[in-house]
Ligand binder design. Structure first.
Ligand SMILES: Cc1cc2nc3c(=O)[nH]c(=O)nc-3n(C[C@H](O)[C@H](O)[C@H](O)COP(=O)(O)OP(=O)(O)OC[C@H]3O[C@@H](n4cnc5c(N)ncnc54)[C@H](O)[C@@H]3O)c2cc1C
Length: 431
């Protein structure tokens, strides 16, 4: 008879996906160990910082009151940047704060809190340990190897983030293509709380999220963001990896250029840079997911190819939470049935596909292709600014109505009306 495994479940990686999976499984009385290579959960983690938190609230109903969240987002600004101008949509809605569906978070705080919940539910949290490899018996994953130690479990959960070396090194997942990943660069600027609230017109715990596109990425496919926290601003860019290489740009130079844009400069002015880093982001959408259930192993969160960038929102943490909920259900069922083969664990994939995660990945399947459209990163922002310039720059030239003005600007830009119409339709279908 085979030895009893050390744990029912080993979870690799204490990000959102791993910690929520560990919490939910421990809550059901399973023996769970959560292994994290960072000194503390969250210490190595990276995100722009908007958490769409409805899924998280379904796991922790008091999440907004008890977790260390920053601000409730009830204003979203979508802004096209040009070299000397910007044009935006300012969408504020008190219903958003009331619904409490989006908050800014700092991962070092929120991931540590999530790990505390997992520990309180009975999971063993093991920080400062890097899993080096999966243990295999035939085609079956039976545990993990960390340094000289080997731990065995009925199920291993790879929640080790976007690179997921664990599954890749075991030959279970291919290396993602460069057109399926982007490079995220993010800085955290410290400012007095009162300065942030004055500068952005905020009160109490309300906050604003800026999504920026255009000149901020110097023609590289991607976009920028500025999110307000209590006493800091999260400022960053997400740049398509293949396009960075193609255009011969360095992400740090593009980021410096972004910070110098008059709109961004006015937001971060006087802020003290307290953190700076870069990290990969999945950008391939639904087609990146591939196989996520194997004999004795499941993949969750970024490790399973999740993350959705629609240009308007960057989502990963809510998808990671949704995947954790589906995985915990599938794993608990498989263990209860005594079948943790890929077939026994298949309920996870079914749950995931039926959940908002699978459905949203499907709905936005065309978004990655749409975001490859170069006109989004330059010409269209300039076009809008040029039309508005004609409207507001009142010299003594006789005015024209809006339609002929727009036609004239379009003609000068060299973009055909049919092209504009096609791009518009593609955008409507993709987003
Ligand atoms: C610049 C940028 C901006 C983003 N903005 C947003 C946003 O605003 N909103 C949003 O929802 N999402 C955003 N995302 C995406 C989001 O950050 C990810 O989707 C999310 O962090 C995925 O969570 P995860 O738990 O799957 O992986 P991660 O958070 O990456 O966690 C993986 C964990 O595994 C650990 N680990 C890795 N390898 C090992 C190993 N061998 N042994 C032990 N531990 C290991 C890591 O240390 C880490 O703690 C952004 C990403 C970037 C890069």
């Amino acid at each position: 008879m085979a030895d009893e495994p050390d744990f029912d479940v080993i979870v690799i990686g204490a990000g959102v996906a791993g910690t929520v999976t560990a919490y939910l499984l421990a809550q059901q009385g399973l023996s769970v160990v959560l292994i994290e290579r960072g000194e503390a959960p969250g210490s190595k983690n990276f995100s722009g910082g908007i958490m769409y938190c409805t899924a998280m609230k379904s796991v922790f109903p008091n999440f907004l009151d008890e977790a260390p969240v920053e601000r409730l987002i009830d204003r979203n600004e979508i802004v096209f940047l040009n070299a000397d101008s910007w044009v935006g949509i300012d969408y504020g809605d008190r219903r958003l704060a009331k619904a409490g569906t989006a908050v800014t978070v700092l991962r070092a705080h929120v991931d540590a809190w999530l790990a505390e919940q997992a520990e309180a539910a009975g999971a063993m949290v093991m920080p400062g340990v890097k899993v080096d490899a999966l243990l295999k018996e035939g085609s079956r994953i039976v545990g993990v190897k960390a340094g000289e130690d080997e731990l065995r479990a009925r199920v291993v959960v790879a929640a080790d983030g976007v690179n997921s070396f664990i599954a890749r090194d075991a030959g279970l997942r291919p290396k993602p293509a460069t057109d399926q990943q982007a490079l995220g660069v993010k800085a955290l600027f410290k400012l007095d709380r009162a300065v942030i609230e004055d500068r952005f017109g905020l009160d109490g715990n309300r906050g604003v999220a800026y999504s920026l596109v255009g000149d901020c990425s110097q023609g590289v496919g991607g976009g920028g963001f500025v999110y307000t926290n209590k006493e800091t601003l999260s400022v960053g860019l997400v740049l398509r990896l293949d396009d960075l290489v193609k255009k011969g740009k360095r992400s740090t130079d593009v980021f410096d250029h972004f910070l110098e844009h008059p709109l961004v400069d006015a937001m971060v002015r006087g802020g003290e840079l307290i953190e700076y880093g870069s990290h990969l982001v999945n950008e391939g959408g639904e087609k990146m997911m591939g196989q996520i259930v194997f004999d004795g192993l499941v993949l969750v969160g970024d490790a399973s190819g999740l993350t959705l960038n629609t240009g308007l929102t960057v989502r990963g943490m809510d998808l990671a939470t949704g995947a954790a909920i589906a995985a915990a259900k599938g794993i608990a069922e498989a263990i209860a049935k005594g079948d943790t083969s890929a077939t026994g664990l298949a309920a996870y994939k079914r749950e995931l596909d039926a959940s908002f995660v699978g459905q949203d990945m499907h709905t936005y399947a065309k978004a990655p292709h749409f975001l490859e459209n170069e006109r989004m990163y330059g010409q269209y922002g300039q076009l809008m600014a040029d039309v508005l310039h004609e409207v507001f720059c009142l010299d003594t030239t006789p005015r024209k109505h809006l339609l002929p003005t727009a036609r004239g600007v379009l003609k000068q830009s060299g973009i055909k009306l049919t092209r504009l119409g096609k791009d518009g339709m593609e955008g409507v279908r993709a987003l």
